[in-house]
Ligand binder design. Structure first.
Ligand code: 3HC
Length: 705
């Protein structure tokens, strides 16, 4: 393999260039190449100044994450950066794209920093469950002060070049886009003006004042207790930055190393890194693999949306945010008006929250949005997304009409959450152009998109769905057809488990509390209140005829609905929202219904504690997820993980249910299921895949490879 780092002596300037596509990550070869290049530049008789620059689309985007967990190889990044900083010749680094993590830490070790205007820089390690481990927590505060450093390191959010210049992180924003030219010009000035070597590690001015600033550090910890509840690494980030203000540079580096190692050893790091790679892995589907069945995405310039309700309006806004023109179709003039109002309502919310200007909203409504009460406007669109009422006969009627009206090649998608899309496709003359695009509410904010592939969907249409998702910045996951696809099918199983626990003596409030402590933003009962209890009620009625009579059925939720209590929208559900919209006051009637039901059927309190709640809830989720993989509804376990992470609030730091199961131990999951099955064998039927993997001491992850 060619050396990813080159040294080129241009007159009296030594130009070191990193070229390690796609993102110039700091692999061992890059680190070794940098070490040698800086040594050679320093010993070169002609070179008076050194420029570090990168080829390709970005500056160094960080340490090579795929090396994490493997035995560390020399040169170690902190040592390398120390050596770079020790250079006797002045160094300027020229940044384009993103200087992230270890990449920014390398830049902090250089003596001067310039960037193009479009460049961004940040320390996103916290998003991987770790902290900057190559001096970032010690050098950044020395350049920008402890407060700004804390903001950047605990949020992980990169900042733009101009903002970086304003706080002293970089010295200059260059003119134009030619990063090498900007770097050379600065290096020239360094030589001509005899600019001195300037080592970040030696500057203590900006941090002196923050030694012992408890208000700053305790204040940040208090904030994180709210924003990053249950997480490990954000708090270690604060400890490390605090150490920069109280310890010498060398001691601070030792503290950083110790804290970094603690993060590396934590299960949260495994979960977060699984999520990072998982987010990218789900985009790789069999229809993209080279070969005769490789799909070619169709050009999607305009889209039709059927239905202007909550989902239709949300999808419309999501499309318009990606600059895609939308024609919305509703049943009649009145419904069309309501559809427009729903779209405006969402955009106005964006304006209120400062996400959008009034001008941007007007430009969308006037330039990208049309609404009509007939299908004529859909003749030439490239894709139609149907988001009408969840009723098979309604959907079939719509698809028959679309099939007649739309030009050849238009892709027809349904946003159904559970209906059989094979059946919908069969009522058209183009079943290979039909697929499911299952958005999650609110569709303009939620990142998950299930791309549901029927038995006839063509590879071109599948990859078109993925290409659209990419434009919309959604995380698309390929799913097969079954009731509820990947996410809702697993959801109904673990909600059933929660229902059974309630019959067995646990209160809905204890379940919510346990799940929040596990890391969910909300527990299942408060989520149901938010979504509307009528939705689950309708599903239960739909499935009543096919319900397994051997599995107990709790009627308490139906009784709540019979009172007209549908959750937040009626100010009463499992919780009472009459005083405020926070799920903290139980509706007293709920426990009365539950107690009455337990008494009527003679259900005994099984004394399930918090640990028991989590073990049951997770086992039911993992078991159903394994069945979903076993049946080929999900391609791989990682697909399930990403669905649960991006659509159902599963805590990212746990990586997803399959990753959690691997870390917990599949044999232990099986043992749990066997224990619970003694009491409720009809519900607890283990997945064959789970049993097989556990018997072979394998992991779900082995199926992701
Ligand atoms: N290490 C290894 N691989 C990486 C990587 C990294 N740091 N960053 C990205 N990649 C890989 C991706 O997995 C992907 O691989 P694939 O094509 O096989 O799926 C490929 O590079 C391209 O990445 P994206 O699809 O994400 O490309 P984008 O252009 O959308 O985004 C990016 C580019 C903004 C740089 C984004 O990749 C990113 O955010 N990367 C991670 C940055 C990061 O977290 N850096 C910190 C690393 S930890 C560290 O530095 C520790 C240090 O303090 C000691």
């Amino acid at each position: 393999m060619s050396n990813p780092v080159t040294l080129d002596i241009q007159g009296d300037i030594a130009v070191i260039t990193v070229s390690n596509p796609p993102v110039n990550a700091l692999s061992q070869a890059v680190r070794a190449g940098l070490k040698k290049a800086f040594e050679d530049a320093n010993s070169n008789g002609d070179a008076k100044a050194i420029l570090l620059v990168c080829d390709g689309r970005t500056f160094i985007a960080g340490a090579d994450i795929s090396e994490f967990g493997k035995p560390p190889m020399e040169p170690h990044l902190p040592d390398l950066i120390y050596e770079i900083e020790s250079s006797e010749k002045p160094i300027v680094v020229a940044i384009h794209g993103t200087a992230l993590g270890g990449g920014l830490e390398v830049a902090l070790g250089c003596h001067y920093r310039v960037a193009v205007k479009s460049a961004k820089m940040g320390l996103p390690e916290v998003g991987l469950g770790i902290l900057p481990g190559a001096g970032g927590t010690q050098r950044l505060p020395r350049l920008v002060g402890a407060q700004k450093a804390l903001e950047m390191i605990t949020s992980g959010i990169p900042i733009k070049a101009e903002a970086a210049a304003a706080i002293g992180l970089i010295d200059e924003v260059g003119e134009g886009d030619d990063i090498a030219a900007i770097g050379i010009a600065f290096a020239r000035r360094m030589v001509d003006e005899n600019m001195p070597v300037r080592r970040t590690r030696d500057g203590n001015e900006k941090i002196k004042a923050d030694a012992g600033n408890t208000a700053l550090f305790e204040g940040t910890r208090a904030l994180l207790n709210k924003k990053a509840r249950g997480m490990f690494s954000p708090f270690k980030c604060v400890d490390a930055v605090e150490a920069a203000t109280t310890q010498s540079f060398d001691e601070g580096m030792k503290t950083e190393r110790r804290l970094f190692q603690e993060c590396m050893d934590s299960p949260q790091r495994h979960g977060m890194i699984h999520a990072f790679f998982g987010e990218r892995a789900v985009g790789k589907i069999k229809e993209m693999a080279p070969g005769p069945n490789q799909g070619k995405p169709r050009d999607i310039k305009t889209v039709g949306v059927i239905g202007g309700g909550t989902m239709g309006a949300g999808i419309t806004v999501a499309l318009m945010q990606s600059r895609i023109p939308v024609t919305m179709v509703e049943r009649n003039e009145e419904a069309a008006k309501a559809g427009r109002a729903n779209v405006e309502y969402i955009l106005d919310g964006g304006v209120k929250r400062g996400k959008l200007t009034v001008e941007q909203k007007d430009a969308m409504m006037n330039g990208l949005y049309k609404v009509s009460d007939n299908y004529d406007g859909l003749k030439d669109v490239d894709l139609v997304i149907e988001a009408a009422f969840e009723e098979m006969s309604v959907k079939k009627q719509i698809f028959k009409t679309l099939d007649k009206v739309c030009k050849q090649g238009t892709i027809l998608a349904s946003n159904t959450s559970y209906l059989d899309i094979n059946e919908i496709a069969a009522c058209t003359n183009r079943p290979s152009d039909v697929l499911g695009l299952h958005f999650f509410s609110p569709a303009n904010l939620m990142r998950l998109l299930e791309v549901v592939v029927t038995k006839d969907t063509s590879p071109d249409v599948v990859v078109s769905g993925f290409a659209l998702a990419k434009r919309m910045r959604k995380v698309a996951v390929r799913a097969g057809v079954c009731d509820g696809f990947i996410g809702n099918r697993i959801l109904s199983n673990y909600l059933k488990c929660a229902e059974l626990m309630v019959l067995d003596g646990v209160s809905p409030y204890d379940i919510d509390k346990a799940l929040v402590e596990f890391g969910y933003p909300m527990g299942p009962f408060s989520v149901s209140d938010l979504a509307g209890l009528d939705i689950g009620w309708a599903t239960r009625k739909r499935l009543a005829a096919t319900r397994d009579p051997n599995i107990r059925y709790g009627t308490y939720a139906d009784k709540i609905c019979e009172q007209g209590w549908f959750g937040r929208k009626t100010k009463m559900g499992f919780y009472d929202y009459s005083k405020h919209m926070v799920a903290d006051t139980p509706n007293p009637a709920v426990m009365e219904y539950i107690e009455a039901e337990r008494k009527e059927h003679g259900y005994v309190d099984k004394g399930i504690d918090q640990d028991g709640i989590i073990r049951r809830y997770l086992a039911s989720m993992i078991n159903e997820a394994a069945k979903v993989v076993e049946e080929g509804i999900a391609q791989r376990p990682v697909d399930v993980d990403m669905v649960l992470l991006f659509g159902y609030g599963f805590p990212r730091f746990r990586g997803g249910p399959m990753k959690y199961a691997d870390m917990y131990g599949l044999d232990k999951v099986v043992a749990d299921i066997e224990e619970f099955a003694k009491e409720d064998p009809a519900f607890w039927q283990p997945s064959k895949l789970l049993l097989d993997l556990a018997a072979k001491s394998e992991t779900f992850d082995s199926l992701n490879k």
